[in-house]
Design a protein around this ligand. Structure first.
Ligand code: HSE
Length: 432
């Protein structure tokens, strides 16, 4: 049976748009299998045809005529950002029953209800996972996975730029301006970094999250927002001294009959899981009546990570468009086989109960060397002779460098045959 074709219009070829163009082109075969149809990128609307791009698609695809591109498409992926013309273009697509994927948080936080109503009216699908927390799947869990539960609170770090800045200030005592310049150089910050620093970017995301979590319409104006521009190196150092770290937190929580939504710099104990969210990473905690506490963590910004969220929305809505529903999970098209442990490469810790006598350490080290397993650290603890393992009066703990499961097994076999080794008490994989 011939697979139906799905005409895709991409609006925008910036940091994220370029990556989406790349994935649509390079992963075409996989996408066909996953969607059950053929996604055909029919054009990429840009402001300037000659601007440099992170990924150069076929030159004939670029156009400045977004409207006619939208009119020829089945699915529109909007990655231009800003209010207009993005709003008018999305409405044009939705009103005509075309499915839309967007990553435009500012637009959705301001006009989400209008866009959703247009989609509902025409029966089109409208998804915007990329608008919140980059690659982290958070909107779909709120919208689908938790659709039968009652969310009570969402708490998170939803802006990568400010997290990168606060983390750098915390780690090296750097000054605000210095870390802002670094964040801009790394491409984390929005075109106008005020949106990041003053919390507007996080506030837009919080409004979107609150709307989905609490099934109510919230706008960016509903968010009480304070940014990090007043936070100094001294504030960060003082917090550190008291055992805290400063993070720009977004909080959406039930407050009586309403919902309180706020973004502000907050001191959190260094032992709190959110304290370990470093660099430009984001993390979102969701608390709900039945599921309890859930945590989502991942890259909150960047071209490829955000494109991953866009593509997830695209595949999902394309599949629904073609099948008329979500379908069943695809277990088969790649036909990969499960592999044996023999190729797995990892670090290991090995605990040995031994007799503390001349040459034991050397004979053990030799067995590792003979089997090609490199030792990273080695530590001997002397103790009283064990009652359960007669003669053993010391424990040696070895951590290896990365090695194969096969090499480790042969080392362990040979260690067991050494007369001074009474027991290989533990062999545990080490990650990270
Ligand atoms: N500037 C945003 C951030 C990018 O730093 O998180 C993703 O929205």
């Amino acid at each position: 049976m011939t697979k139906p074709t799905l005409k895709v219009a991409l609006l925008g070829a910036g940091t994220v748009g370029s990556q989406v163009a790349r994935i649509l082109t390079e992963d075409r075969k996989d996408l066909i299998e996953r969607i059950g149809g053929v996604p055909e990128l029919i054009g990429i609307a840009v402001r300037s045809l000659d601007a440099p791009r992170d990924y150069q698609a076929d030159a004939s695809l670029y156009t400045t005529d977004a409207d006619s591109l939208i009119d020829r498409a089945d699915v529109v992926i909007e990655l231009t950002g800003g209010m207009e013309p993005a709003r008018t273009r999305i409405l044009r697509a939705l009103n005509a029953g075309k499915h839309v994927v967007s990553g435009n948080k500012a637009l959705i936080a301001a006009h989400g209800a209008e866009l959703m109503a247009a989609a509902r009216e025409s029966g089109a699908q409208f998804s915007f996972e990329a608008a919140v927390a980059g690659a982290i799947p958070i909107l779909r869990p709120l919208r689908d996975s938790l659709a039968g539960d009652h969310v009570t609170r969402v708490l998170g770090i939803m802006n990568g730029t400010t997290n990168f800045m606060l983390d750098a200030m915390d780690s090296h005592g750097a000054a605000f301006d210095e870390v802002l310049a670094e964040a801009q150089k790394l491409g984390y910050a929005e075109a106008d970094p005020t949106a990041d620093i003053e919390g507007h970017d996080a506030a837009a995301k919080a409004a979107i999250v609150a709307s989905l979590a609490f099934h109510s319409e919230f706008h960016i104006d509903d968010v009480h927002c304070t940014g990090i521009s007043e936070i100094t190196a001294d504030d960060v150092a003082a917090a550190k001294n008291d055992g805290y770290v400063i993070k720009l937190l977004s909080v959406c929580e039930r407050d009586g009959e309403g919902v309180n939504i706020r973004v502000n710099p907050t001191l959190i104990p260094r032992t709190h899981p959110l304290a370990s969210v470093r660099d430009a990473y984001n993390a979102v905690f969701v608390e709900s009546r039945d599921a309890g506490e859930l945590m989502f963590y991942g890259p909150g910004a960047g071209g490829a990570p955000t494109a991953s969220a866009v593509m997830g929305d695209f595949v999902s809505l394309a599949r629904r468009g073609i099948l008329g529903g979500p379908g069943v999970p695809d277990y088969s098209y790649r036909g990969l086989q499960a592999t044996s442990l023999s190729n797995v490469v990892s670090r290991y810790t090995v605990g040995l109960l031994v007799k503390d006598q001349l040459g034991v350490l050397a004979s053990i080290a030799n067995k590792f060397a003979e089997n090609g397993v490199s030792i990273e650290t080695m530590h001997q603890t002397k103790h009283r002779e064990r009652e359960d393992v007669e003669g053993a009066d010391a424990t040696i703990r070895i951590v290896t460098h990365k090695t194969s499961d096969q090499k480790l097994k042969s080392t362990i076999d040979e260690l067991s045959s050494l007369s001074a080794v009474f027991d290989v008490a533990s062999v545990i994989q080490v990650e990270g």
